[in-house]
Design a protein around this ligand. Structure first.
Ligand SMILES: Nc1ncnc2c1ncn2[C@@H]1O[C@H](COP(=O)(O)OP(=O)(O)OP(=O)(O)O)[C@@H](O)[C@H]1O
Length: 227
């Protein structure tokens, strides 16, 4: 594996069967992400962006090929092993924040750390630090419904990176925000990626934000190619 490559997809295929039809969504994807690299995935609706993010993020298994994370082939690992890798090494952010409504921002960010087995005090300190980093340190005790859309998305990003993953998969993370707020959330995300050395694959329809990332790729005939 080339130096600094964190995740690599090799010959990845993904097919869905719909009735008697076989839909080929990923058809031999070769793609990799390096440490600290932020890559925009720009493709039309239905091209397979979510399928790519879910397969790379070990939520779906490839039908052929493999996903190699930090040198470890993950395609044929057991479900339990894949879940453990997801919990520790992969963060997800979606268009809608999916925060737990009955918990505060701080508690939402503590949750994945507690699931991983970290002591409460440590989880709380890290959550507070991430909130500060996302510039919403004063909002820690607010519940999601008491936060603006941009603040909610910052909390969701902080939660996704709470366990210091190697890779972040983001599916339209600013898709639900107005352009100015989207820009601010992107700035915070971008600073976090650079500071932590994460590798991030970010599906977006926002060409302005895509232009600010390190690289842009698209899906064409089930393959990842430069955009
Ligand atoms: N579980 C499934 N079973 C059958 N078909 C599926 C399944 N999941 C996705 N598809 C199909 O695969 C194609 C790609 O879907 P995907 O959600 O990856 O696209 P996308 O590029 O993320 O689209 P969007 O931008 O609209 O979210 C679509 O035609 C979709 O209908």
């Amino acid at each position: 594996m080339a130096a600094n490559v964190i995740i690599e997809l090799k010959g990845v295929e993904r097919h869905y069967v719909q009735g008697s039809r076989k839909l080929t969504i990923l058809n031999g994807v070769d793609f990799s992400l390096k440490r600290g690299e932020m890559v925009a995935l720009v493709a039309p609706s239905g091209a397979g962006k979510s399928t790519l993010l879910h397969t790379a993020g070990l939520l779906e298994r490839p039908d052929a090929g493999d996903v190699i994370l930090s040198g470890r082939a993950c395609g044929r690992l057991s479900d339990d092993e894949r879940t453990a890798i997801r919990r520790n090494d992969i963060g997800f952010v979606y268009q809608f924040h999916h925060l737990l409504p009955e918990f505060s921002a701080l508690e939402n960010i503590m949750m994945p750390q507690l699931v991983k087995g970290l002591p409460k005090a440590e989880a709380s300190a890290r959550a507070a630090q991430l909130l500060d980093y996302m510039q919403i340190g004063k909002r820690g005790h607010h519940r999601p419904s008491e936060l603006s859309g941009g603040e909610q998305q910052r909390v969701a990003i902080a939660r996704a990176v709470a366990n210091a993953p190697l890779v972040l998969m983001a599916d339209e993370p600013t898709g639900n925000l107005d352009p100015v707020t989207a820009g601010y959330v992107f700035d915070a995300l971008s600073a976090l990626v650079k500071q932590s050395g994460l590798a991030a694959l970010i599906a977006t329809h926002n060409h302005e934000l895509a232009a600010r990332m390190d690289r842009r790729v698209t899906l064409s005939d089930g393959k990842v190619i430069p955009f």
